[in-house]
Design a protein around this ligand. Structure first.
Ligand SMILES: NC(=O)C1=CN([C@@H]2O[C@H](COP(=O)(O)OP(=O)(O)OC[C@H]3O[C@@H](n4cnc5c(N)ncnc54)[C@H](O)[C@@H]3O)[C@@H](O)[C@H]2O)C=CC1
Length: 485
């Protein structure tokens, strides 16, 4: 049975849906029809209090369970998500406008992967034993307590699980605030976790704008905040967390380089550029939007890219043959159109696209600029839309310096058949996530996150465990205490 788009209530707290219509209304606008399809209400102070109190209450008993017991809950949730992948994908498509063709393979499935992976890991989380002569130290890996997750709008199901799964595996409780633009999917993650056996209060969802996020992370009960969002928001959230010396994970924006050498496989390089710029209509943080193409392959690359863009099928994202959806909302469409106008004004050559589609919905054509120089706005700022910029280069040393000449450092990619060069390039990239001869894959087994302004900490992989737990060191003396007096 398909999910209703309108949720039962705005928030999920202490194992149940909770409503409080006194909060500011949040209208969920369908990016295709431009009409309201659901409405939720921002959390009031009473709702925020309820969520934090329930998380605080539930966390101690959850942390006292064995890791294997906690892991079992997460793995059950993963199974439920896989069983309901179709319905969850339809909901994600309604929430975001991303094509069902994508959401069926990249969203709920990625959430299930995270729950399965961290569920499996939970029983294997241990401390260490350090022998010191007769004495010894042992370390206990302990939960942080109540963690707050704050999400962006591009991957609502995935983000809710990427934060929730490691947090819960380590014995924390979570209060998750989805983006106000896409409030629907995280509620399902909460509902499914509880159906899988998570005790009430372990994973709560509250809706709201920045103020709700701010109220959550300034509460003394909160030990950590993990944000996925833009750099300006990251600065604010990081600074607020610093007041309380709280732990942070920051997954922020990017302006990543994708470097294509003359010797690259042309078809793969074009495929990588498409994945790194037009998937989710370009609304992906790690996108390789500065495509540096070596001069010898540039004409062939641009020609093949333009050919392959002929296969873009725009339309109702619920139609499984559609492979390119609208932008998430009118505001994002305006922002991206503003960047396109700026690109033209600053002298970049528009190769294709650039126009809003003449139909209902926030559809914007996939856009390619060539002859882009490093100082142009479209080469410097994160656009978060379907705009690819081609920049020319001559040699390896030059392109590496230019690739790194940005304050961001989320991802970077290289296409070449020269093995030595590929590894030299990734060693030189100032970025948290690098690709050789592919782009934008993010398996749960690999750490994901950014350097420089793109973030702090890593999500996924065993690495995430360090960001949701801390070590307690216990010195055990086996001998008499020697005191000076
Ligand atoms: N590195 C990564 O893993 C990813 C990063 N992003 C980045 O996210 C951005 C797009 O997402 P948006 O939702 O537009 O980002 P945003 O920065 O506008 O909002 C992110 C979240 O922060 C909340 N927020 C805003 N102000 C706050 C405050 N003062 N205190 C607490 N919470 C606050 C918002 O309500 C929202 O839930 C892009 O820059 C993109 O690159 C998106 C996806 C993945």
């Amino acid at each position: 049975m398909a999910y209703e788009i309108q949720p039962k209530a705005s928030h999920f707290i202490d194992g149940a849906y909770v409503e409080d219509t006194a909060g500011t209304p949040i209208r969920v606008i369908c990016p295709v029809s431009e009409e309201e399809i659901a409405r939720v209400y921002a959390a009031t102070p009473a709702i925020i209090e309820q969520a934090l109190a329930s998380a605080k209450r539930a966390q101690v008993a959850w942390a006292a369970m064995t890791g294997t017991e906690r892991g079992r809950v997460l793995r059950r949730a993963a199974d439920i998500i896989r069983d309901r992948n179709y319905d969850l994908s339809v909901l994600e498509t309604n929430d975001t406008g991303k094509p069902l063709q994508e959401t069926l393979v990249a969203d709920a499935t990625s959430a299930a992967d995270a729950l399965e992976y961290f569920g499996g890991l939970a029983g294997a989380l241990t401390g260490e034993h350090v022998q010191l002569g007769e004495d010894f130290v042992y370390t206990r890996r302990e939960a942080l307590g109540v963690c707050v997750g704050i999400g962006a709008w591009n991957y609502p199901t995935q983000i809710a699980a990427w934060k929730g799964a490691p947090a819960l595996a380590c014995g924390n409780a979570m209060v998750f605030k989805p983006s106000e633009t896409t409030p629907l999917c995280a509620l399902k993650v909460a509902e499914i976790l509880h159906e899988a056996g998570a005790p009430a209060g372990i994973y709560n969802v509250v809706q709201g704008m920045g103020e709700v996020g701010h109220a959550l992370i300034t509460d003394p009960r909160v030990a950590k905040v993990s944000l996925t969002g833009s750099v300006p928001t990251g600065r604010k959230v990081y600074a607020t967390a610093a007041e309380g010396i709280r732990h942070v994970t920051m997954e922020l924006g990017g302006k990543s380089p994708l470097v294509i050498f003359d010797d690259a496989d042309l078809e793969d390089a074009v495929g990588g550029a498409i994945l790194g710029n037009f998937y989710s209509s370009g609304q992906v943080c790690s996108n390789g939007t500065r495509v540096f193409v070596q001069k010898g392959i540039k004409d062939a690359f641009l020609k093949r890219l333009a050919d392959r863009l002929q296969d873009v099928k725009m339309g109702d994202p619920l139609d499984e043959s559609v492979n390119f959806g609208p932008l998430v909302n009118a505001k994002q469409l305006d922002i991206v159109q503003g960047f396109i106008a700026k690109g033209i004004e600053e002298g970049a050559r528009l190769v294709c696209g650039g126009e809003r589609e003449k139909r209902a919905g926030y559809f914007l054509q996939p856009t390619v600029f060539a002859d882009v120089s490093d100082d142009m706005t479209i080469a410097r700022d994160e656009i978060f839309g379907p705009v690819l910029s081609v920049l020319d280069f001559e040699d390896e040393v030059e392109v590496l310096a230019r690739a790194n000449n940005t304050d961001f450092g989320l991802a970077a990619g290289v296409f070449t058949n020269d093995l030595g060069r590929a590894h030299r390039m990734v060693a030189g990239f100032e970025a948290g996530t690098c690709y050789i001869n592919t782009y934008n894959l993010a398996p749960v087994e690999a750490p994901f996150g950014g350097s420089k302004l793109s973030g702090v900490g890593r999500e996924n992989s065993k690495n995430a465990v360090d960001h949701y737990s801390e070590m307690k060191s216990v010195y055990v003396s086996m001998t008499a205490v020697e005191a000076p007096f």
